[in-house]
Write a protein that binds this ligand. Structure first.
Ligand SMILES: [Zn+2]
Length: 183
């Protein structure tokens, strides 16, 4: 079975009180039995600590038969440091300006050298001067740039429902993007 991740990222570089919001979200997800309340070794990175998949996950996806119940890596990992989330396969680094509609991918992805250490949250279109949080630009392939990322290991094939994504966005207070990563 191929390994993949469904990563939910709020569309803002610096989510205010991101750790507190993440804690509230984990509490709500565990109350819904979507994940287990306690950390265990069901993640992929570092010490592999994550919140294992729970029985309620079936309610929030379109294809529950693809949920990773039988796999050792099946949990939610919370990333609470600034991170760039892009698809790892066939990623073209394309981006568009929402103002002048021109292709600005090359300059935008180069600017991540300044975004990553926190020098700025924004990107300025080199063609028309439009400036916004980098998440405000247009991405043909979904990507995210934020100090919070919710990494659901091996949940991507099951596909979250639109209602679930809308609920997460409401709870985080910002629109979210879903980034699929194939490993
Ligand atoms: Zn522009």
């Amino acid at each position: 079975m191929t390994e993949q991740q469904a990563i939910i990222v709020p569309q803002i570089s610096s989510l205010p009180e991101h750790e507190a919001r993440a804690r509230l979200l984990v509490r709500w997800l565990s109350q819904q039995n979507i994940i287990e309340a306690q950390l265990s070794t069901c993640g992929r990175t570092g010490l592999r600590m994550g919140y294992a998949i729970g029985p309620g996950a079936r309610k929030v996806v379109k294809h529950p038969e693809h949920l990773p119940y039988a796999q050792p890596v099946n949990g939610l990992e919370i990333i609470s440091k600034r991170c760039i989330y892009t698809p790892t396969r066939d990623f073209a680094e394309e981006a568009g300006c929402p103002e002048c509609r021109q292709e600005v991918g090359e300059a935008l992805f180069e600017s991540l050298d300044e975004w990553m250490p926190g020098a700025t949250d924004n990107f300025q279109c080199p063609l028309c001067g439009h400036e916004d949080d980098i998440n405000g630009f247009l991405f043909l392939q979904s990507c995210g740039f934020s100090n919070l990322g919710l990494v659901f290991n091996n949940w991507a094939d099951a596909e979250f429902t639109g209602d679930f994504l809308a609920e997460l966005a409401e709870r985080l207070g910002f629109k979210v993007r879903l980034v699929r990563v194939d490993l």
